[in-house]
Design a protein around this ligand. Structure first.
Ligand code: SF4
Length: 516
């Protein structure tokens, strides 16, 4: 059985950690390593001689930035003493675990210094990117074999006892120290859970994954609108269903609203990739709003099919999920002639005026196997029912579902990068589960719960069409902090689809190019 060595520089830190770890089971030893970098370096030599399986350094530390408070926990993304830097790849995983335990947590570099900071020294260290300071972590990790040196998995946590506003040499150090030790004790069980998740793994990367052509186009439309019209640009609904994408565009000056009533007169507004009903377009025109339509062309195709079938006198069954923006927009094309079907049971409730005039369409992001069951129930009941000319479930959804099925077959666990409101990402989780593999949806690496990873040897990673590719990189990096990771791309298709921009932005782009 592997053992976690927890390095606690001072006696009171070791005491708090032992109390916090009581009841966490065996396989953990807390070692008092001594105060300051020299004692830490000497302790590291002794620890290295015992060939530790994994390391944690835990103690109190000082904040370098004003947004950290006494009692907060800093999880080191790296530790450095200016000459040696050790990366702590799994910081995001431990930080997520600590947040879920109710602690206030920040992740960032920790600087190891050789003497207590004097007042006024904080900005100098913070300018190099460090958010907290200690006197032992860098020599402990570097000397004892932390993973950044090609060695064993390692983490560092520091509970904040002093801040730039409450320096270490001040009367508040006693209360600060007590608060920090309390947090350290509360944080300790997460170190045990981190240790249980440590191990080498194979990572299977589903391909294709992440952005599809419709999502890339929608994001580019908002970016171009910001560039060409200036901030703010209003976007009706989330441009695509991903929290990171939305946060990044908000930073750039986009304002996301639920309804046009929230958009001021005279503003520029972008319609999201999921499409809008004719009623929304009419309202925008009535108010004289300048609109740019980021509806994915493949969603627009389903709208056109709905209009065509409805005008030919069909009852149009839309297979999809109630409340999803794409479904609301499509139903809005012919509300009196359309019915939403969410399940096979809904087929029995259809009441067409003419049973020979039934058509069906689909939300673009459905699970193919689920939709097939509903289609066959429709054609069983209405043998002459007619469907779309080509499949409504789009190429990106189909490819990502095939890819997740391929990795699920070889994985103990599948992680799907995507937001909870992303339909296609949710379908990837369900597809992996239907293949018999445990699967979870995660917006970012921090969302991965350490107990999901315990005992896993092969982890599949997929990403919904709205999830940025960088998230997958962050997840792989976080898993690499738990032990050696061998990655394998499982490619089921290659994609080369691209969509053109709406004419408003094309004209503007051409105009600005001419101006230059
Ligand atoms: S998932 Fe499909 S329909 Fe949706 S934006 Fe991407 S390409 Fe378009």
């Amino acid at each position: 059985m592997s053992e976690l060595t927890v390095c606690a520089p001072l006696a009171f830190e070791a005491w708090a950690l032992r109390r916090g770890l009581a009841g966490s089971g065996g396989g953990i030893r807390v070692v008092r390593t001594g105060y300051g970098p020299k004692r830490a370096a000497a302790a590291a030599v002794r620890i290295a001689a015992s060939s530790p399986d994994m390391l944690a350094v835990a103690g109190v530390g000082g904040a370098l930035t004003d947004d950290l408070q006494v009692g907060d926990i800093v999880v080191a993304s790296q530790v450095t003493d200016g000459t040696t830097t050790v990366e702590c790849g799994s910081a995001a995983l431990l930080a997520g675990e600590l947040r879920r335990a109710g602690l206030r947590v920040q992740t960032g570099p920790i600087a190891t210094v050789d003497r207590l900071l004097r007042s006024g020294q904080h900005p100098e260290l913070a300018a190099n990117g460090a958010i907290a300071v200690d006197m032992e972590s860098a020599p402990l990790l570097a000397g004892a074999g932390g993973i950044g040196a090609g060695g064993i998995p390692a983490v560092v946590i520091r509970a904040i006892s002093d801040t730039p506003g409450r320096p270490v040499v001040s009367p508040s150090i006693v209360t600060g120290g007590i608060a920090a030790l309390r947090s350290l004790r509360q944080a300790a069980p997460a170190l045990a859970r981190w240790a249980a998740a440590v191990g080498p793994r194979q990572v299977l990367l589903a391909s294709p994954r992440s952005f599809c052509a419709g999502v890339e186009r929608a994001i580019e439309i908002v970016e171009l609108a910001l560039e060409q019209y200036g901030a703010p640009v209003y976007v009706r609904k989330q441009i695509v269903h991903n929290a990171t994408v939305v946060a990044d565009l908000e930073q750039a000056g986009a304002i996301f609203v639920d309804e046009l009533s929230e958009v001021p007169d005279g503003a520029n507004v972008v319609f999201s990739a999921h499409g809008v009903s004719p009623e929304v377009r009419t309202e925008a025109a009535r108010r004289g709003l300048a609109t740019v339509d980021a509806t994915c062309p493949l969603v627009a195709k389903v709208h056109a099919e709905a209009r065509r079938f409805a005008s030919d006198g069909y009852l149009v069954a839309l297979i999809g999920h109630a409340g999803h923006e794409e479904v609301e927009g499509t139903l809005g094309e012919a509300p009196a002639s359309m019915a939403l079907l969410e399940s096979i049971a809904d087929v029995g409730r259809m009441q067409p005026a003419d049973p020979s005039k039934v058509a069906y369409l689909m939300q673009t992001t459905l699970a193919a196997d689920e939709a097939a069951g509903i289609v066959s129930a429709i054609t069983d009941r209405f043998p002459s029912a007619t469907g779309p000319g080509s499949d409504d479930i789009c190429y990106a959804t189909t490819n990502r579902q095939r890819a997740v099925r391929a990795i699920a077959a070889e994985s103990d666990l599948v992680l799907v990068a995507g937001s909870a409101n992303s339909s296609n990402s949710q379908r990837l989780v369900e597809t992996a589960e239907r293949a018999g593999t445990k699967a979870y949806l995660v917006d970012r690496a921090e969302d991965i719960q350490l107990d999901w990873l315990v005992g896993t040897k092969a982890i599949g990673i997929a990403a919904g069409a709205s999830a940025p590719p960088a998230i997958v990189g962050q997840i792989v990096a976080a898993l690499s902090g738990l032990g050696e990771v061998r990655t394998k791309d499982v490619v089921v298709a290659t994609e080369s689809v691209q969509f053109g921009l709406p004419k408003e932005l094309r004209q503007r782009s051409a105009g600005s190019a001419d101006d230059n």
